[in-house]
Design a binder for this molecule. Structure first.
Ligand code: SAM
Length: 233
C-alpha cells in the first residue's frame, strides 16, 4: 500500500519507522511518503495559515499550499498503475474511525492523509478534491487534538497491521477486540502464580473446548460491562 502524508510536522511520522510498521516499510509492504506542507508555501515565512474570514478565534490553514501539495501527490500517483487514491482528512467533525473502517481502508492501494492544524483547513480544499476524486473526513473519537498527525498515525497503524504479511501470525488479528463485535477476553502468561494471583484453572487444563467457552464468556461479560453499546443492549 502507498501512503502519502501532508503535514507541517513531518517529524511526528518518525514513529512509523519503529516496530512492526518500520519492518513493514523495510519489507516494502507499506510505501510511506511524508510531505512538509511548508514546501508548498512560497512567501518568505512559508506561511500556511491566516485569520478566519468572517472573524473568530484562531487561524485557518490556507488553501493554496494544500492545493499545490495534493496536486503534486495526485500527479505522481497518475504515473503509477494503482487505483485512484483516497484522501483522508482527520477531523473531529468526520465519520468515526472503527475497526470495520480500518478493514475497509486496508483494501485501498493508495491513501493520502492531510493533517490539519490550528482551527482546521479552508473548506474549499475538501470541496475541490471531493469534486475531483474521493475524500473522507475521519475522526478518531469525540475529543479534540491539536493536529491531524496523531490521528493519522493511529489510523495508519490500525490499517497497516491488517495488510497481509505485516503481523507475523494472522491468527492474532482474528481474536482481537472489535473484530467479532466483542472486546477481547483477559490474557495471561507464565508464571501460573504471581504475587498470590493465580491464572484461572481452566487455562491450565489443556481442554481447548473449555478454554474457548471460558474466553467467549469472558468477552461477552467484559463487553456487557465496559461497552454495552456494542451488544445493542
Ligand atoms: N476547529 C476544529 C473543530 O472544532 O472541528 C478543530 C481543529 S483541531 C484543533 C486541529 C486539527 O486536529 C484538525 O484539523 C484535525 O486535523 C485534527 N483533529 C483534532 N481532533 C481530531 C479527532 N478527534 N480526530 C481526527 N482529527 C482530529
Amino acid at each position: 500500500m502507498r501512503i502519502d502524508v501532508v503535514t507541517i510536522f513531518p517529524g511526528y511520522f518518525d514513529a512509523l519507522e519503529l516496530s512492526l510498521m518500520g519492518k513493514a516499510r523495510d519489507r516494502g509492504l507499506i510505501d510511506l511518503h511524508v510531505h512538509d506542507l511548508r514546501e508548498s508555501a512560497h512567501d518568505k515565512h512559508r506561511t500556511v495559515d491566516d485569520t478566519p474570514t468572517g472573524g473568530g478565534a484562531g487561524m485557518v490553514m490556507k488553501p493554496e499550499p494544500w492545493g499545490q501539495a495534493i496536486d503534486g501527490i495526485l500527479a505522481d500517483a497518475q504515473s503509477a498503475p494503482a487505483a485512484e487514491p483516497l484522501i483522508i482528512f482527520p477531523s473531529p467533525a468526520g465519520d468515526v474511525f472503527t475497526q470495520a473502517m480500518a478493514r475497509e481502508l486496508a483494501t485501498e492501494d493508495h491513501l493520502v492523509f492531510g493533517c490539519g492544524r490550528y482551527e482546521g483547513i479552508d473548506q474549499r480544499v475538501f470541496d475541490e478534491y471531493a469534486e475531483r476524486g474521493r475524500v473522507r473526513l475521519v475522526s478518531i473519537g469525540d475529543y479534540v487534538l491539536n493536529g491531524g498527525e496523531v490521528a493519522s498515525i493511529a489510523m495508519i497503524e490500525a490499517i497497516g497491521r491488517l495488510l497481509p504479511g505485516v503481523v507475523g501470525n494472522p491468527d492474532s488479528l482474528v481474536e482481537e477486540s472489535h473484530e467479532s463485535g466483542l472486546l477481547e477476553y483477559p490474557s495471561y502468561t507464565k508464571p501460573a502464580e504471581w504475587r498470590g494471583r493465580r491464572v484461572p484453572d481452566v487455562l491450565l487444563s489443556g481442554n481447548h473446548a473449555a478454554i474457548d467457552a471460558w474466553r467467549h464468556e469472558q468477552s461477552v461479560e467484559r463487553t456487557r460491562h465496559v461497552r454495552p453499546d456494542l451488544l445493542g443492549d
